[in-house]
Design a protein. Structure first.
Lengths: 286, 373
């Protein structure tokens, strides 16, 4: 009798697991279809316009060669410089800010945190016009859009302190104190003790700081104002989708999409373990 | 090796709570001083002020004659062991112990020598390459002590270092701290809430309550002559029995009359009462459980009935109620009782309790101060 019940439970588990896996596989396929589609289109060389089939009739590298010969290199480099600079500066500023708010007690600390939290709730779009004016006055628009966009990404980065502060809060303060008694300065405490213990959140901060500018379109377009030298990939490639260009550039656009996805995919594949820990780490780490 | 002097040290938090009031203490070179008291009495705050981990609101802290109020912890010549060990989880035991030396840019061969020496003294050589998470509580505590040892500091601070250990390990580590103290031969300041630790480790004990020092003295002094009721009850386990009663003077002899009994204050205590010319009247009488004995019925004993009998192995703790319902605890060595006597001590059993004059402590009911101090 007991044995039978166990058997029943085991069968039930197996059935439900199988159902879950089938569902997940279906979702994954649906998820992957656009990517596969873009990759296949990027290798289609028999025509450059949109067609009604997926598998290319003729395969080749022509679209990638076209990319190489276009402004794409410049846009890609622009985007990479912005994203890399943002990743470095935003990470440094955000982690320092989070550590400060987690460990130091100073006047108006609470109101400052609340103020930044509330300010962060307003959509970034609201500030676009004034930011453009400021950048324009500084001469950081159009062909100089790259430093302008870096400045915008970095300037408000301290406000994103919440997740990493939550993580730092879970690291016992006595570690800081022990290190200070051992002879470490505050900065040494941060980079010798706290940061090595916060790898997931450091990786998470780097990734999010990199991803923001990498996929930015609206603000980047606004700041570049039609000057190709100041475009990032999203803005530049979008210019290929106009009515007069799309028939000539569609497959090149697909090739550009693949190239854009490469560094982000590599980053995620290498760091996904930390990324998941980082997203959930601050909340549950005991 | 250094002396530590605290003068009128005060800690006021931002919310105006005063955690430590006018703390005055001279700690001599190579002395082992224990701060003891219940939670929230300010003992850890005081230690942290000495360490430089808390700002000093008022007063001065001197180490080796130098005022250190404005010095960073690293510049005070102290080493500290924390309650929760505070080991760096991402470093091996070796790196944990070597951390402070490397910050001082000590050559790596000297680091190696000092770390391995400390590890040998503490018996953790075989764990040097392990991470702290792979160690037991006792081993972690040894690493924490090792980390403090290699710094060659003038003052060794310990903040409840044994609180996270189980009872058996705590006893073992306590003995090891005594040995360590002999080896290091330096000044120790130790914080604990456990009066047994305070009594066994300290050259002098500082008993604190609500941010005030209640008494400073050697273990013998605080045990035998507590200055006030708080110290009398805090030191000793089970705690001292306190009874409200009358002090009576007949001729030049004093008597106490707890629960209808009449007991003479004999010996030294009687003489001291006479010398201090203590006036008869209502007092709080204190008698430690181990100084009470079972006696025969008569004027010199208090009739009680037994409520609970706790068998502790080497002794019995008898919780007895007097006629008016007051609860007393009597500690009887089991070796003093034969089998029949022991089996008679069951709940509800009536018995008589007595004590000698030399075991009595007298406190003023209003000020709670010891009348003989």
């Amino acid at each position: 009798m007991e044995n039978k019940r166990h058997m029943g439970l085991r069968t039930l588990n197996r059935v439900s697991n199988t159902a879950i896996y089938i569902l997940l596989i279906v979702i994954s396929i649906v998820w992957l279809i656009p990517f596969i589609f873009i990759v296949l289109q990027s290798f289609r060389v028999e025509s450059t316009y949109q067609v009604g089939y997926v598998i290319p009739h003729q395969w080749g590298w022509q679209n990638y060669i076209n990319l190489w010969n276009s402004d794409f290199k410049r846009w890609y480099l622009n985007t990479f410089i912005i994203a890399l600079a943002a990743a470095v500066f935003v990470t440094v500023i955000q982690l320092c800010m989070s550590y400060t708010l987690s460990r130091f007690r100073f006047k108006l600390r609470g109101p400052l945190m609340r103020f930044m939290l509330i300010l962060g709730m307003f959509p970034g779009m609201l500030t676009m016009i004034i930011l453009y004016r400021v950048l324009s006055d500084l001469g950081l628009t159009q062909a100089n859009a790259v430093p302008g966009l870096i400045l915008v990404s970095v300037a408000s980065s301290g406000m994103g302190y919440y997740v990493s502060k939550g993580f730092f809060d879970t690291i016992p303060k006595s570690l800081d104190e022990a290190a200070r008694v051992d002879g470490a300065t505050r900065a040494q405490v941060l980079y010798k003790i706290i940061l090595p213990l916060s790898k997931p959140i450091v990786i998470y901060t780097i990734l999010t700081a990199f991803m923001g500018p990498w996929g930015d379109y609206v603000f980047a377009r606004y700041v570049a104002m039609g000057t190709s030298a100041g475009y990032n990939v999203a803005v530049g490639m979008y210019s290929w989708l106009t009515n007069d260009q799309i028939a000539r550039m569609y497959t090149t656009f697909c090739a550009g999409g693949v190239i854009v996805a490469v560094p982000v995919t590599i980053l995620f594949l290498c760091l996904q373990k930390y990324y998941v820990e980082g997203v959930t780490g601050g909340a549950v780490k005991g | 090796m250094a002396s530590v002097k605290l003068t009128k040290v005060k800690k006021i938090y931002d919310n105006k709570v005063v955690a430590v009031h006018d703390f005055d203490l001279d700690i001599h070179d190579k002395e082992f001083v224990v701060f003891v008291g219940p939670s929230g009495c300010g003992k850890s705050t005081t230690l942290r002020m000495i360490a430089g981990l808390e700002d000093i609101s008022e007063g001065t802290v001197e180490i080796d004659g130098e005022v250190v109020n404005d010095l960073q912890p690293k510049d005070r010549g102290i080493a500290m062991v924390f309650q929760n060990y505070a080991l760096y989880p991402h470093m091996s035991v070796y790196d944990n112990i070597a951390f402070s030396l490397r910050l001082q840019k000590v050559p790596e061969d000297v680091v190696y020598e000092r770390v391995t020496n400390a590890a040998e003294v503490l018996g953790i050589t075989e764990y040097l390459m392990r991470k702290p998470r792979a160690l037991s509580g006792g081993q972690r505590q040894r690493v924490a002590i090792g980390r403090a040892m290699v710094r060659d500091s003038k003052v060794f601070l310990m903040d409840e270092p044994l609180s996270n250990l189980d009872a058996k390990l705590r006893n073992q580590m306590r003995a090891e701290i005594i040995l360590l103290r002999q080896k290091l031969d330096t000044t120790f300041i130790y914080v604990t809430h456990d009066q047994t630790e305070a009594m066994t480790l300290g050259d002098r004990i500082v008993i604190m309550k609500d941010g005030y020092i209640m008494q400073v003295g050697t273990p013998t002094e605080v045990f035998e002559m507590p200055e006030n009721l708080f110290v009398a009850e805090f030191i000793g386990a089970p705690k001292m029995n306190i009874v409200k009663t009358n002090l009576v003077k007949e001729g030049d002899k004093y008597f106490v009359t707890p629960f209808g009994a009449k007991l003479p204050v004999t010996g030294e205590k009687g003489k001291m009462l006479a010398e201090k010319n203590v006036k008869p009247g209502e007092i709080l009488l204190g008698v430690r459980p181990e100084h009470m004995t079972l006696g025969a019925e008569g004027e010199g004993s208090i009739p009680c009935h037994l409520v609970v009998n706790e068998m502790m192995g080497s002794e019995l703790h008898l919780h007895v109620d007097t006629a008016d319902g007051s609860r007393l605890i009597v500690r009887i060595p089991t070796i003093d009782l034969d089998k029949e006597g022991r089996s008679a001590l069951v709940g509800g059993h009536n018995l008589h309790v007595t004590f000698e004059g030399k075991a009595m402590h007298f406190f003023d009911p209003a000020t709670e101060k010891n009348l003989l101090v």
